[in-house]
Design a protein around this ligand. Structure first.
Ligand SMILES: Cc1ncc(COP(=O)(O)O)c(C=O)c1O
Length: 432
């Protein structure tokens, strides 16, 4: 191995190059600090700083007496989605109920017969006009509208456009799986901010910002996995903290917007220079439409546009027309309101029966219910699986250790199934 460099940054680059060209493999140890420092003729602190950075960016890991080892390359972690081959009753998918989503054939039949060519405006004027109503509760200064391939795409492009490798990002802990994956794949450093029933905690955010967070990623409603909604008071307090950090990018992932029972509470401060409010259509019109609308400051929209340049990678106007068709359709929008009430009913029902069994699920919104447990969740999910239930435990959502909890998807949960599940969970917990 031919590690070179006179500064920590050069050593980091050199190790990365060695990993890329295969000279350093996962599991292989880096030379001891003292040895490499002597070989390169640099101070030991320089090598130690380089190794520390390699750990932070996920290239290496420290393993006690074994020293600093090259890590396996980052692989995407678990994702949302059904488990079609599982014989278990799937309460883990995070999916909406497809019966509430518009029929794609109806949407396709409303498409215009005119093929679009290179050079179209990236945002269709028809969709832009409809977006005004969609965002009427958001009072952002000088907003610019963009269209992306869903919320996760918007978040990835925004972070990629504003941040560089190893930058810290404040995110809720526990956190949405795709956000954890996005940060990992972009080589960014998640800084967990604890959440309680009212959203991100003020002290947690203050601490993350004081420790250098360059961006904040927050779910103002139906936080996934806990379901909590940002309260008005909490949002105001968080905005006050953010006002002291006007250069921090603020991304609001308002994925449940039209289905939520809570009012939208903005997080970005009026002093925030870079901010984005992202509203995906995945939950209300279907995840396969792969589309989100985004309001942001002009510079963020421009940077995002550079990465989604018209003429090469705009979001298909066929999709934009289909979403416009949904927003224009009274029938579709009436179904969204019905779906919202249905999800709330299912959520409230499961919550009620679990409470009857002495459990204390979180209040809130969304397609999932968060059920704190008296101990670790892994044995509980295993015991539930033996009784035929598939649910997620808290661990994949966590950035730091936390108390055990289950995430139960409620979108298709019938009252009778909720009753049986609650009884089984109570039995599993009673059996210890
Ligand atoms: C917090 C959160 N954000 C966004 C999304 C949707 O992302 P996308 O628009 O990329 O489908 C989900 C879906 O589960 C979610 O839970």
């Amino acid at each position: 191995m031919a590690i070179t460099g006179q500064s920590a940054a050069e050593i980091v680059d050199s190790v990365r190059a060695e990993v890329r060209n295969g000279a350093l493999e996962p599991g292989q140890a880096l030379p001891p600090v003292r040895e490499l420092a002597a070989r390169l003729g640099v101070n030991r602190n320089t090598v130690a700083a380089a190794y520390k950075r390699l750990v932070v960016v996920g290239v290496a890991e420290t393993r006690g007496r074994l020293g600093t080892l090259i890590r396996e390359p980052a692989a995407p972690g678990p994702r949302e989605g059904a488990a079609p081959d599982s014989p278990l009753m799937d309460l883990a998918s995070g999916n909406p109920d497809s019966r509430w989503l518009p029929d794609p054939r109806v949407l396709a039949s409303a498409l215009s017969g005119q093929p679009r060519l290179y050079g179209e405006p990236p945002v269709s004027p028809r969709l832009a006009a409809l977006a005004k109503r969609w965002f009427q509760d958001a009072h952002c200064p000088d907003p610019v509208l963009s269209v992306t391939h869903g919320a996760v795409d918007a978040i990835e492009r925004l972070l990629g456009a504003h941040l560089v490798s190893a930058d810290p990002v404040a995110v809720e802990d526990p956190c949405f799986l795709s956000s954890i994956n996005t940060l990992r794949l972009l080589d960014l450093r998640p800084m967990g901010v604890p959440v309680d029933g009212e959203g991100m905690t003020v002290d947690g955010l203050r601490q993350a910002l004081a420790s250098g967070a360059r961006a904040v990623l927050c779910t103002p409603r139906a936080h996934n996995p806990t379901g909590c909604n940002l309260s008005a008071g909490r949002a105001a307090a968080l905005r006050d903290v953010l006002a002291e950090y006007p250069d921090v990018l603020v991304i609001e992932d308002d994925h449940f917007a039209p289905l939520s029972r809570a009012a939208y509470q903005p997080l970005a401060s009026s002093r925030s220079r870079h901010w984005a409010l992202v509203r995906s259509v995945s939950k209300c019109f279907g995840p396969d439409l792969r589309l989100a609308l985004m309001l942001s400051d002009e510079d963020s929209a421009r940077r995002l546009g550079l990465r989604l340049a018209s003429g090469t990678t705009w979001v298909s106007h066929l999709l934009q027309d289909m979403v416009a068709c949904c927003l224009e359709s009274r029938t579709v929008m009436a179904r969204v309101i019905e779906a919202a009430a249905d999800y709330q009913r299912r959520r409230d029902n499961l919550s009620r029966v679990l409470r009857e069994h002495g459990l204390c699920p979180w209040d809130g919104d969304g397609l999932n219910l968060w059920v704190p447990l008296p101990g670790p969740a892994a044995p509980v999910t295993a015991a539930l699986a033996r009784r035929g239930w598939l649910v997620r435990d808290d661990r994949p959502f966590r950035l730091a250790d936390g108390d055990g909890a289950l995430r139960v998807t409620i979108s298709e949960l019938e009252p009778e199934t909720a009753r049986r599940f609650s009884e089984d969970l109570a039995r599993v917990l009673a059996a210890g």
